[in-house]
Design a binder for this molecule. Sequence first.
Ligand SMILES: Nc1ncnc2c1ncn2[C@@H]1O[C@H](COP(=O)(O)OP(=O)(O)O)[C@@H](O)[C@H]1O
Ligand SMILES: [Mg+2]
Length: 419
Amino acid sequence: MDVQFPRKLQGLFKPNRYKVMYGGRGSAKSWSVARALVMLGAQKPIRVLCAREVQKSIKDSVHALLKDQINALGLGGVYQILETEIRGPNGTQFLFAGLMSHTVDSIKSFEGCDICWVEEAQSVSKKSWEVLQPTIRKPGSEIWITFNPALPTDETWQRFVANPPAGAWVQEVNWSDNPWFPPELEAERLDTLARDPVGYENIWNGKPKTIIDGAIYTSELLAAASEGRIGHVPYDPALPVHTVWDIGISDATAVWMVQSVRNELRCIDHYEANGLSIASHLQELTTRRYVWGTDWLPHDARARELGTGKSIEEVMRGMGRTVQITPRLSIEDGINAARLAFPRVWFDAEKCARGIECLRSYRREFSDKAGEFKPLPVHDWASHSSDAFRYLAVNADSLSYTNHYATLPVHTGDSYAGY
Ligand SMILES: Nc1ncnc2c1ncn2[C@@H]1O[C@H](COP(=O)(O)OP(=O)(O)O)[C@@H](O)[C@H]1O
Ligand SMILES: [Mg+2]
């Protein structure tokens, strides 16, 4: 029978207690293992346990995949496909099980297996491995493991890649190793590359996700860089410069200075300083000789009282500024707004260096206890400019048309009489 396998998976046919194949999507792991097992089972009687962490019904299992491969290899006459089992010639048998629902006792029925294939093994827990490994105990029995890595702290990664059992065959395999990588997956791959260059490393190149990172805008910033949107973005004197503020009383105040050109939001400058009065922030800002547009203040600028008994909003209006208040939005919605706005944003690399550094370091913290990232971003030196950037995104559409307000004469209410 002429059945081909990717070169990197030739190890499937050399005896080994542990055969570990991991990597990104579309690398022919599942197909190759299914085909190898179907072929082996047709040659001699073997008992195969197809396991995964959770199997609510047979639909979750590799049952359908095995059936397809049996037919593709023209072995439909040799195998008998039952509802929850597959039987081959001379007693070959494929069984299916979810490890999570088994105990040391209940799993004993699988002791006679020759091969156990653990598919989607990234989600198999420590407890499940401890129940399974001693169960596959028949002399010469093998454990075949296929998975797409998730976190490097996952038990399966630690157990079989970071610290593999002595002598184990451990093979990384990716889409580029699959000679039959189909065009549908190629389109999907290119799409991920364009939209999510960070996720791409995990999804297609099989690299575990980093946990220390947790950075929120990594892929957006990578895209901005690769599209040339971080560079020399000069002030255009024909247009007003709008400011978007995050105001700190005891910590930093951050301001993005933005010009809106067509659909683009050009961050031409950035300001951050600690513990000064609003008047001194403004003084500092206006050493830049820009034509100023609208100042967008956070919603709490309306309520907050200064020593004068006036709100920050009133103080700024009193200093001749055009003030608007950023609509209130949850942090999560603000981050989503930022992700949506990002493709329109340009940054001056030099004047916004600090702001970009803050965006790069704006992150969620990993909670070892919960095994996932905490929902709220870390409040630290990077969060003030990042908060201001969220407000910029929330105001993105208003910023795009407030240019007109800045150049139009101020109307009194009378001008609109009759409307
Ligand atoms: N031996 C093969 N012959 C033909 N096509 C194959 C073969 N192996 C894999 N493929 C193709 O590659 C695709 C991805 O393979 P798959 O095993 O599902 O990858 P993975 O499990 O690594 O995500 C399959 O859907 C199929 O189109
Ligand atoms: Mg697969």
